[in-house]
Design a protein around this ligand. Structure first.
Ligand code: DX5
Ligand code: ZN
Length: 220
């Protein structure tokens, strides 16, 4: 059977002056997710947008809002992001004072929870929480900027998550440097979701791009 990987375009690479156009491009490409990269200038050396931006775009899109919080001590902001309309909130293990409590807080708003690790963080560090999350996001670049090259060793974590899933129900997502050149290896590693920023917004035919990425088929 052909693979059906969920493609989550990241608006980080969109033109923020035409965000409604970007959301419409994403919808028309045939995918149902959008990835929202929130950066605080502390956990990562870049700043993007906060809950107000998400609240303002929410009425203009029915896409699944997949929020990736690159924010120090994210528990301070979970309520605001949940009420802004995020469907899933993913937090960095490295940024949380108490990972378990932060995940519980996310779930208390009736939305999906995700946990993510930077390339240097071993997946074993988050093993105790894997039964509590809906999504595990493997960072395949150091977070902060779009357009970087995928670090191939990070795919070992994807393989580990697939092999050790057992009865747990998490989706495996990957973020950073995923494009038509890398999708073959990425798909083979066992991901369920791929985030694509620059590759999506640079694609001349976004529907074709999504179909290829979803099928795990790269450039010939
Ligand atoms: C990086 C962000 C990514 C970024 C990916 O810190 O988390 O979501 O948008 O961008 P590309 O696909 O260009 O590597
Ligand atoms: Zn991201």
């Amino acid at each position: 059977m052909e693979r059906s990987i969920i493609v989550a375009p990241s608006v980080l690479s969109a033109d923020f002056s035409d965000i409604r156009g970007a959301l419409s491009d994403i919808r028309q490409s045939g995918t149902s997710w959008v990835h929202l990269d929130v950066m605080d200038g502390m956990f990562v050396p870049n700043i993007t947008f906060g809950p107000k931006f998400i609240k303002d775009i929410r009425p203009h899109s029915e896409l699944f809002f997949d929020a990736h919080l690159m924010v120090e001590e994210p528990s301070r902001y979970i309520e605001q992001f949940a009420k802004a309309g995020c469907d899933c909130i993913t937090v960095h293990a490295e940024a949380c004072k108490d990972i378990g409590e932060t995940l519980k807080l996310i779930k208390s708003f009736g939305i999906k929870s995700g946990l993510t690790v930077k390339p240097a963080t071993p997946i074993e560090d988050v093993e105790p929480f894997l039964g509590d999350v809906d999504l595990v996001l493997i960072m395949s670049v150091n977070p902060g900027f779009g357009g970087q090259g995928l670090i191939p060793e990070t795919l070992d974590k994807v393989r580990w998550l697939k092999k050790n899933r057992g009865e747990r129900h998490y989706l495996i997502s990957i973020d950073g440097g995923v494009n038509l050149k890398t999708i073959g290896d990425v798909a083979d590693s066992g991901v369920d979701v791929v985030v694509a920023g620059s590759a999506f917004f640079n694609a001349p035919d976004k529907a074709l791009f999504v179909r290829r990425m979803s099928a795990g088929r790269g450039e010939a």
